[in-house]
Every structure is written in C-alpha cells, then in structure tokens.
Design a protein around this ligand. Sequence first.
Ligand SMILES: Nc1ncnc2c1ncn2[C@@H]1O[C@H](COP(=O)(O)OP(=O)(O)OP(=O)(O)O)[C@@H](O)[C@H]1O
Ligand SMILES: [Mg+2]
Length: 345
Amino acid sequence: MNEESHETMQSEHLDRPDTAGDGGATSWPGAGGAPRRPGAESSNGSARRSDDGLTDGLSDGLTNGGELGPTGRPEPHFPEPPPLTSHGPARVIAMCNQKGGVGKTTTAINLGAALAELGRKVLVIDFDPQGALSVGLGVNAQELDLTIYNLLIERGHEIHEVIVPTRTPNLDVVPANIDLSAAEVQLVGEVAREQILARALRPALDEYDVILIDCQPSLGLLTVNALTASHGVIIPLECEFFAMRGVALLIDTIDKITDRLNPRLQVDGILATMYDSRTLHSREVVRSVVDHFGDQVFHTVISRTVKFPDATLAAEPITTYSSDHSGAGAYRQLARELIARGGAA
Ligand SMILES: Nc1ncnc2c1ncn2[C@@H]1O[C@H](COP(=O)(O)OP(=O)(O)OP(=O)(O)O)[C@@H](O)[C@H]1O
Ligand SMILES: [Mg+2]
C-alpha cells in the first residue's frame, strides 16, 4: 500500500468524529511547541516514575566528559536503573512509523528484551498481520488458534488467553498472524472502534511494567487503535535520504489522536536506526533529524548490522543471540535511556 492510500485511510478514521479538519495541530515538541516530555504527567498514575528529564540530566553535567555522541550532542551516561520491587501498572508504548522497514519490529523485540533483562516485566503486542514480531520471538503464530485477532474481533476472549511466554525471562508476547489483516475492515462498523485494543489490554496492565506495541506500516485503524491504547510513541527512523518523508503526517496523526481520542499520548522519542558511522550520509541524516526534533531524538542510535536479521532468523532477541555485540549494547542503552527519560519504570 502506498503512502497516499495510507493518508486517505488515516484521514478517514480521524476526521469522521470531528469534521473541523483543522490541520493546524501539527506542532511538534522539538520544533517550537511546548515539549510533551515523557514523565511530565503521571498519565497512568505511576508514582515511581521520575520526573527528571534527559535535558535536566544534561544541565546537571551528567555527560560522558562532554564527548559528542552520534547525534552530535554531548552524550549523557545512562546509569543502570535500580531493580523494581513491584510490578505494574504498565506504560504502553507504540512503535510507529507508516514507512516500512525502518526497524519498528526489531526495536519492539530488542528494546523489550533489554527492558526484560533489567527485571522489567514486558509484554510485546504483535499488531502487524505480517507477524514478524511473533516469528522473531520464536512463536509460530500461523499454527495458533487464538491470536490478537480473536481478542479484537470475537466476543468472550480475554487477553490472558492469547499471551505466550517467550524464551526470554520477563518477556511475553501476544502474537499475530495474517488473520489480523481482516480486522481493519471488520472493526470499521464497531462501536468505539478506535478503543478496542485499549479495552483488550486493560486486564493485563497491572502485571506488566511496559507494554510495547509493534505497529504495521500504515496509519489505518489498527495503528489508530495502537496509538489510542498507548501512553507514548517511539518513532524509529531509518538513516537514509527519505527518512523524514511522511513524518509530518505521522505527527499530525499523533496530534489528532491526542486531541480527540487519547490526551495522555506523548512522543517518547525518535530513534535513528540502521546508522552507519562510516558514511557522511548517515551522519548528515542524524544531524538533520536532530535539527528538526531536538531533544526528542534519543541519544542512543542503532547501527546497521547484519546481526539483527541474523537474530530474527534465529528467532531470538540480539541480547541473547549475540549478547556481547554492539547492537545488543545499543538496545540495552536505549532501555536505560528510556527509563532515564521517564518513558518506562
Ligand atoms: N539496525 C539494523 N541493521 C541492519 N538491519 C536491520 C536493522 N534493524 C532492522 N534491520 C532489518 O531490516 C529489516 C526491517 O526491519 P524491521 O522488520 O524491524 O522494520 P519494520 O519497520 O518493522 O518493518 P515493517 O514496516 O515491514 O513492519 C529486517 O530484515 C531487519 O532484520
Ligand atoms: Mg514490522
């Protein structure tokens, strides 16, 4: 499906409840508007989350001796967070970008695994009919009778029926398979069709610290459901020339959902992926992303390495497939950075 048809679907879903079509809700925290910093509001009532934002850390001098990181800014040190003494309520975070192949699924798997290593209880939701997240975590979703599809469409199911443990301790998955491709059409006629995932997740919120939703590359009704169910969004951007294409539309969608469906939703960060430090091009892309979005860009950058597809083939997170590899280290740092920003407990 091309970007134009995503745009049509997206505006259909979002413009119906409110025909004002103001189009003016495009302000972006890093581009002049008031930053919606993770942790700035206790939207899910979690009192243990720190309000200390990343910029505060920088001004306190918590940097690695002022050394510039790959994003061209002094890179802070992200300490290992203290273990949690109790679990829940979960903060729900969607991995979202309607552009395909930017690292959404890879980030959901590996950020999830890195948070799980830190003792956080993590649930990842496969919300893409391609089922890549399920496959990447070793779940053969094509053979399952119950997946996220049944939870969304059929009455009488409860999320615990579809949660599958993975081989990684503290990391569970709700799988998806191709059945989910029918859900988009089937949900259109439902009452409160944008809130169906949020309602389905509710019974699991108290057991997990973080729930990560792997969105499909579209801004259709499934993605609107994911954003409506979330507290935060992580936007992976591939370090290539057209990285920023479509980001304005994504931000517009997030703003509309914040206005109309889910006021607590905030952008947790933009993640540069498939970075190649040897190319000027990669460095320039990251610099222009930072110029546009400022502190919304994670200091952590994910380098391009064949270890990620290799780990997917092995159906394991990189943190166990190649624990000492720098790619595993990068997702561990991302987990610590997310926690330091208040994006996870
Ligand atoms: N940092 C990386 N370096 C090299 N390859 C990567 C990296 N991250 C992801 N990949 C590979 O790129 C491909 C696309 O990544 P991924 O599936 O995570 O993207 P996606 O945004 O979820 O894609 P889609 O939009 O199709 O769901 C996969 O084959 C994955 O293994
Ligand atoms: Mg994917």
